[in-house]
Design a protein. Structure first.
Lengths: 294, 455
């Protein structure tokens, strides 16, 4: 079991590196072989890493999100998986090097700096919390990709305005395509955020009677992070409605997506610094049972 | 025994010959057929095995396979004289004459677009295939010419698919489409407005229609001219193809697919309305003053809700006020921008030459390998045929006396035997210490097993 884990830990960064190299090769040369193999490699990496993650979860009997490094490992998988979904919908591969590069970095840090499992939040063993945490990870990953595509849109628009017909002009998808990729990411992220928040609320009510009164007062639906997440969901929902029903397009769409995401990052950063929240990686002080069976 | 042949080419092309000369040496299909018949009608006398003439706007080339030892220049010259053509023009100072390996290399360069005026242009591939078909319709191509052309077609195909030598627009009209595609993935969902109905506008419109633009609105000071252009484009739509648009990009479909395109005419007085309704604006009028002002563009863009407006001004003097480009959401380009894109694409194509040459070299090596053994094939085929006949007879005897299963087993066994004997003979012939010894061995093999000898 341990040997399998060691193999996967050493192998996965190499697999992610291979995926990134293939997308980078595609971006620089537009090579037909790279075009053919990039998606296949990425798909293979997702299957391999998902298998490794499931295996690790079974071994640890919890979601492998027990610290920053474990989180980075899962984030790498979420990045690659979400990117593949967007790529398959938009049939454009030339932005893959950016996302697979980020995924590779996350994976490398997660596996190279990996230390023995820290004391982790026991809620990670709870299926309700695990589902909530996974959904929120995918949701925020997708919204981050939406921001990335919005920025790429602005960069390409700037290049066109300045008549820079270089590599970015030749390789990046059209403005239209980047806009749809940004929107596609929101279409994945916003519903995921909704499901994740809903699941979080349901899970919280399910815990009633299994936790200490002190903790119960902490687990509030009005936790600042929860409230901000709902506001962020609303903002992205408005963007989707604007696109579908009000004809918002182009610069207006991507600017709104970028502002919504930057607002999210800024607010969450401020909350992390100044506002108390029960959303922490550290284990809570007094939890009677992670499974809520006591 | 087959006598060895050599390949020759006489090429008058854009590198050396000015257009006046290229016009004079151009061969139409009637002249091409006459030349084939003249050269190959009396093969034994002339020494000509086969000929393949090709004539395009940039080159006239005569590929000829002759029996070794014969003078290709003399053979082709005599045929030209017989047809009333001037041999001094075809074989003179503007002609590049190449033999053997050099001739083959030239053919491969031509087929892969490396010898074209615009590197990587795809038309030459089709033109070569047309010439090849025409030649085959009127005579049997010799083995050398046949194999060389097959190899050249394969090399051309590989160069185009494995390198980016044909990528990127190299004409103004196609560069306009390429630029528009940086804004909109799917042109069939977009609307274009053509301001001006002159020749340049018509050419640009055809390219956009060829790339399936969703709607085309023509606006012109003279509504009659706009109507006329709309009629021409609609007629082309009904005919299902465009006859005048150049196809110089890899993504250009061979035939127009205008089935979904709507071509309409809009009154000049409501130019602003036409602008507001368009995603792509092409302006090509002969006006001496700008006809699309900042105010008009601002009005057009105000209703777009963020969607970019792509404006292309390919008129000289310019039709669109330069300040229009400063309006948010408007992307204004002109002729110089298109030329800049073309220059970048040409440079990019040039960078693919080494890769293309590597592919050509690989394909030429394969051809050379085949040519090295070409003298073996007829004799080895005779030898194999002799052994096969022998095997069939022996299996027939066995079949009469034994069961079908035994006959099949004997047949399989003899087949293996033939394979080994022939294989051994071929490798022994290939490794002959000298050409003379190889010819001697082949002669012996031919004498013993050739000429339909049977036991």
């Amino acid at each position: 079991m341990e040997m399998l884990h060691t193999i996967s830990m050493n192998l996965m960064p190499l697999v992610y590196f291979a995926v990134w190299s293939c997308y980078m090769w595609l971006f620089i040369t537009d090579n037909a072989i790279a075009h053919k193999w990039s998606t296949r490699l990425a798909f293979g990496a997702v299957i391999l890493d998902t298998t490794a993650m499931v295996h690790l979860s079974l071994e640890l009997k919890r979601l492998p999100m027990g610290g920053t490094l474990e989180f980075l490992g899962l984030l790498a998988l979420a990045l690659l998986g979400t990117y593949l979904l967007i790529e398959m919908r938009q049939v454009s591969k030339h932005t893959g090097f950016l996302i697979t590069g980020m995924a590779f970095l996350c994976k490398l840090l997660a596996d190279v700096l990996s230390t023995p499992a820290p004391e982790v939040n026991p809620y990670l063993s709870d299926p309700g919390f695990a589902g909530h945490a996974l959904f929120i990870l995918v949701a925020y990953t997708a919204l981050s990709l939406s921001f990335l595509y919005a920025v790429l849109y602005m960069i390409l628009a700037r290049q066109l305005n300045r008549r820079h017909f270089g590599l970015l002009f030749r390789r990046l998808p059209s403005l239209d395509g980047l806009e749809r990729m940004s929107l596609g990411a929101i279409e994945i992220g916003a519903p995921m955020l909704f499901f994740s928040l809903s699941l979080g609320h349901l899970w919280m009510y399910n815990l009633a009677g299994t936790i200490t009164p002190e903790l119960a007062t902490e687990l509030s639906p009005y936790d600042p992070k929860v409230v901000v997440s709902w506001i962020v969901f609303l903002a992205f929902a408005i963007i989707l409605i604007g696109y579908r029903f009000l004809g918002w397009r182009g610069r207006r769409m991507v600017t709104m997506a970028a502002i919504a995401y930057l607002g999210l990052v800024l607010t969450m950063s401020l909350l992390n610094l100044y506002a108390p929240s029960f959303h922490k990686f550290q284990p809570p002080a007094a939890v009677e049972s992670p499974s809520g069976e006591s | 025994m087959t006598r060895p042949t050599t390949l020759h080419v006489h090429s008058i092309n854009h590198h050396l010959a000015p257009v006046e000369i290229r016009e004079r040496v151009h061969l139409d299909s009637t002249q091409t057929v006459a030349l084939i018949k003249e050269l190959c009608g009396n093969k034994k006398d002339s020494g000509c095995v086969s000929v393949l003439p090709i004539s395009t706007c940039n080159r006239t080339e005569i590929y000829v396979e002759v029996i070794a030892g014969h003078d290709a220049d003399e053979i082709v010259g005599a045929a030209l004289v017989a047809l009333g053509l001037d041999p001094a023009l075809f074989l003179g100072e503007y002609t590049v004459s190449l033999d053997g390996h050099d001739a083959t290399e030239h053919l491969y360069r031509v087929a892969s677009g490396l010898d074209s005026m615009m590197i990587g242009e795809p038309q030459i591939s089709g033109q070569l295939k047309d010439a090849y078909r025409l030649a085959r319709e009127h005579h049997d191509l010799g083995p050398g010419l046949l194999r060389a052309f097959h190899g050249a077609f394969r090399a051309g195909k590989r160069v185009r698919s494995e390198t980016q030598i044909s990528h990127g627009a190299v004409s103004i009209a196609y560069a306009a489409v390429e630029l528009a595609r940086k804004f909109f993935d799917n042109l069939s969902l977009q609307k274009a407005t053509l301001v001006g109905a002159g020749e340049t506008g018509a050419l640009a419109a055809r390219h956009f229609l060829q790339h399936n633009i969703g709607e085309l609105t023509i606006v012109n000071r003279s509504p009659e001219k706009a109507m006329e252009l709309a009629r021409v484009l609609t007629a082309e739509k009904e005919a299902g193809m465009g006859s005048t648009a150049r196809q110089d990009g890899p993504n250009v479909s061979k035939e127009f697919d205008l089935t979904n395109a709507q071509i309409t005419v809009h009154p000049w007085e409501d130019l602003v309305g036409a602008l507001a309704n368009a995603d792509v604006i092409l302006s090509t009028t002969g006006a001496t003053e700008p006809i699309i002002t900042v105010a008009m563009a601002e009005q057009a863009v105000s209703e777009r809700k963020g969607k970019p407006l792509f404006m292309l001004d390919i008129a000289v003097p310019r039709d669109i006020q330069p300040a229009v480009g400063d309006i948010g959401g408007v992307f204004l380009f002109g002729l110089d921008d298109l030329k800049q894109i073309i220059a970048g694409n040409v440079e990019s194509r040039r960078s693919q030459i080494p890769a293309a040459m590597r592919i050509n070299a690989e394909e030429m090596d394969a051809l050379q390998e085949w040519l090295d053994d070409v003298d073996l094939r007829p004799t080895v085929a005779e030898f194999r045929s002799y052994l096969e006949n022998l095997k069939d007879k022996q299996v027939g005897h066995v079949r009469k006396r034994e069961s079908e299963a035994v006959a099949e087993a004997v047949e399989r066994s003899l087949q293996q035997f033939i394979k080994k004997v022939v294989g051994r003979s071929v490798s022994a012939l290939k490794s002959s210490p000298s050409r003379a010894e190889r010819e001697r061995d082949l002669e012996a093999l031919h004498r013993i097993f050739g000429n339909g000898k049977e036991d």
